[in-house]
Design a protein around this ligand. Sequence first.
Ligand code: 6PG
Length: 237
Amino acid sequence: MEINVYKDKQEVAEQFSAYFAETANADGVFHVALSGGSTPKIVFDVLAENFSNKIDWGKIHFYWGDERCVPPTDDQSNYKMTVEHLFSKIQVPKENIHRILGENDPHSEAMRYANLLEINLDRVEEIPQFDLVILGMGDDGHTASIFPHEIDLWDEADHCVVARHPESGQRRVSINGKVINQAKEVVFLVTGASKKEKVKSVIERKSGSEKYPATLVNPKSGKLIWFLDKDAASQLD
Ligand code: 6PG
C-alpha cells in the first residue's frame, strides 16, 4: 500500500493526473474504471486541461466502478459528471466509453454490465481484470457503491451488484470486491477533512474497520495507491 499526501485537492488532482498519464500511456489498450461523486470533478478537470495532449485517449477504454440508477441526463449521474468534466474536453472515441445504463432496470443492467466486462476485459481466474480501478471513499467508509449496511454485496458471486444508498434509498449498479481486487492497480482518491477518521481507520486497520467496505480493498497485485490531501490524512500516524 502506497500512501501519498498532498497539500490540497488541486495537488492531488495534478499528481494523480501525472500518474494516470504515465500508467495509461505505458502499453496497449488500457481499461480503467472511474469513480463518481464529487472528488473526481477536479481530477477530471486537471486531467483534461493539463494533460489532454499528453495522453493517447484512443487507446483508453472508460468504464465506471458504479453508477446511480438514473438517466444519463440526471445531475446525479456519474456519467453526466464525467462528460462535463472530462469527455467534453478531450477527443475520446465514443466507442471507448462504456457507461452503465442507469436508465435501465438495475438487475438486468448489472447482468448486462457484468457480461460486457467479461467480453471486453482479460479474465484472470474467471474475473474481469481492469488495468486500473479508481475509487473514492464515502464518509461512512463505503467505496464504489458498496455500503456498510450491505457489505455482503462485496463478496457476491456476480461481478456487478445492485446496491441501495443507505439514506436516499437510491439504487446503484456497482462492481464488487472480486472485480476490484482483481485489478492490476487500484487507486483511492480521497480528500477533505470529513474523511479523516475513516482514512485513519481504514489505512491503519483499526479495530472495527472491517465493517467499512473500503477496508476490504486489497488487490491481489498488491498495487494499492492512496492519493490524499492533508485534510483527509490529518489523523494518520
Ligand atoms: C459515487 C461514488 C462513491 C464516491 C464516494 C465519495 O457514485 O458516489 O462512486 O463511491 O466515490 O461516495 O464521494 P465524494 O467524492 O463525493 O466524497
